[in-house]
Design a protein around this ligand. Structure first.
Ligand SMILES: [Zn+2]
Length: 53
């Protein structure tokens, strides 16, 4: 799995720092929540255990 398509759940602090613009896109208008990590995302592929909001 490359860096480009790893789920938000797997991002570390360096990913967040380097990809803050992308992160903002992913979490704006959230439609799914991860029931393991409590993160939110617009697309379910960005989360490891997505559940619809
Ligand atoms: Zn997760």
């Amino acid at each position: 799995m490359g860096k480009e398509n790893k789920p938000l759940c797997k991002w570390d602090k360096d990913d967040i720092k380097d990809r803050i613009k992308e992160l903002k896109k992913i979490v704006s208008e959230p439609r799914f929540v991860c029931r393991k990590c409590a993160r939110v995302a617009k697309k379910e592929e960005n989360l490891c255990k997505p559940e619809e909001l």
